[in-house]
Design a protein around this ligand. Structure first.
Ligand code: FAD
Length: 467
């Protein structure tokens, strides 16, 4: 019987280590072409390489990491921001594991003693454990319970039911009872008032996705006490993985085809075309950029339909550089959820040796599309105007800003998968291998929206290939 420490070490040991003994020379090594050099593709290549396979990653851009991207150039010395993945919750074991395995240093994303705030109907409410006075149409009981009480009554109770419905055995099937209604419709059907619905969905809106998707998101944050950030920027993680695998940059995959005998992956590089033949292929591309690349892949209609219909948030981040991190002096960590169109402000995590900081307006719902229709300067002006309503200090603190629109990025066309009513089962369809083609990426995991999703999907693909 292993001790708790040994059991944890086994659980957190890299998949390659656990499977190396099974790949003892009797199993033939294979050539595998991986489309996409985000965390999913890179991690799959890393683990396949450790098992002796010949894995080649084809990445369209000149850099690895996809949606994990640290920006420095537009900011003052010592300031950097995360255009994509910013925080690693302490429960995301795979992300923490790979960061440590790559020798990277984890640091708290924000000082844990500081508080998150809300800005609703022009009023600030700080989540510091004191009584909350929400300017929303709540019932007397909801008002007494506060936000934590509402979450307990609706979300934690539903998550307990999800666990009782076999979450440990089949993670997706356990959410099926919540798959039909939107999150707003479900909360109303449970008796929540309009004010309570608004409060519990602040920053995303009640119609953003199904109740199942919302509960899955909540499950992925259950038990989180603190969040981490990689010293020097989260981009260090894909860079460290990329340094250990064979990546061909500037190789845009245009087609993945398969026969009984093998796969053919066609990529555009510069003015030419390259053809790679291999035993298997891994498609680690986000759904919106797959386009016609799988048309000759002999996939089922269900798989193609799931890829084509997958919705994504078009999240935008508008970064506002400030002279100081003035919110900290007010006991705040810079995370503010609001009923203003920008939905939320988030403080940067990457300042070293400077007083300066950043606040990012970060809408994930409908307003992101509106921001996309503006130019960069207009996005910054709009975000600043709303940030000033939350923090009047922005008038003197603001130094400049830049934005990142994930929906406009030609290699992403979206930020993360969102599942609407009736769509939770798509995750299993998106993940299923078909013939010699395997599927990895954030959208194929229940951890959808997190780096953990990409890493978990990579480990699944390695198990499929090495079975
Ligand atoms: C705004 C935002 C905030 C986020 N916040 C967090 C957070 O705080 N914490 C967290 O853990 N996660 C967060 N995430 C999620 C996390 O970044 C992703 O889940 C994860 O990085 C996805 O990795 P992936 O490998 O599946 O996909 P990607 O990173 O999208 O990788 C796909 C790769 O494929 C490449 N590609 C595209 N087309 C082609 C082609 N034709 N040929 C070859 N290559 C191609 C792309 O260039 C890209 O490198 C956030 C994401 C966003 C966008």
């Amino acid at each position: 019987m292993p001790t708790r420490r040994q059991a944890l070490a086994l659980l957190l040991s890299p998949i390659g280590q656990r499977q190396e003994s099974r790949n003892d020379g009797r199993r033939p090594t294979q050539r595998i072409i991986i489309a996409g050099g985000g965390l999913a593709g890179l991690c799959a290549a890393y683990e396949l390489g450790r098992l002796g396979h010949d894995a080649i990653v084809l990445e369209a851009q000149m850099r690895p990491g996809g949606r994990v991207r640290t920006l420095r150039d537009s900011f003052a010395q010592g300031v950097s921001v995360e255009a994509g993945a910013a925080r690693i919750p302490n429960t995301h074991d795979l992300t923490l594991h790979y960061a440590r395995e790559m020798g990277l240093t984890l640091e708290p994303a924000v000082p844990p003693e500081l508080h998150t705030a809300y800005h609703v109907r022009g009023r600030r409410i700080v989540m510091d454990g004191k009584a909350e006075d929400w300017p929303l149409p709540l019932t007397g009981e909801e008002r007494r319970e506060g936000l934590a009480g509402l979450r307990k009554r609706y979300i934690e109770a539903a998550l307990q039911k999800v666990r009782e419905r076999g979450f440990a055995r089949d993670e997706l099937a356990a959410f099926r009872d919540w798959d039909r209604p939107t999150v707003g419709a479900w909360l109303r059907s449970e008796g929540a008032s309009e004010g309570a619905v608004e409060l519990m969905t602040l920053g995303m809106g009640p119609e953003i996705g199904s109740a199942a998707w919302y509960l899955m998101y909540s499950m992925n944050l259950a038990g989180v006490r603190e969040s981490f950030h990689i010293q020097g920027g989260n981009e260090q993680l894909p860079r460290a993985l990329a340094a250990r695998v064979n990546v061909r940059y500037g190789c845009a995959v245009t087609a993945i085809e398969q026969t009984e005998a093998g796969v053919k992956v066609i990529a555009r590089r510069g003015n030419g075309i390259e053809v790679f033949e291999a035993a298997r292929a891994v498609c680690a591309l986000p759904c919106p950029v797959i386009g016609p690349a799988l048309d000759g892949a002999r996939l089922t209609g269900a798989k193609m339909a799931a890829i084509r219909s997958q919705r994504y948030s078009r999240s935008v981040k508008v970064f506002l550089q400030t002279r100081t991190r003035f919110w900290r002096a007010q006991g705040l960590n810079g995370s503010v959820n609001t009923d203003l169109p920008i939905e939320r402000l988030m403080a940067g995590t990457g300042e070293t040796g400077t007083e300066r900081g950043t606040l990012a307006a970060f809408p994930i719902g409908a307003y992101a599309a509106e921001l996309e229709s503006m130019d960069d300067a207009e996005r910054v002006r709009t975000a600043l105007e709303q940030a000033r309503r939350i923090f009047p200090e922005m008038g003197r603190e603001f130094e400049g800003g830049v934005s990142k629109c994930w929906g406009l990025d030609p290699w992403q066309r979206g930020a993360f998968a969102i599942h609407g009513p009736g769509e939770i089962g798509n995750i299993a369809t998106l993940a299923r291998p078909e013939g010699r083609i395997h599927f990895a990426g954030e959208h194929t995991s229940r951890w959808t929206g997190w780096m953990q999703a990409a890493l978990e999907s990579a480990q699944r693909v390695v198990r499929e290939i090495n079975a």
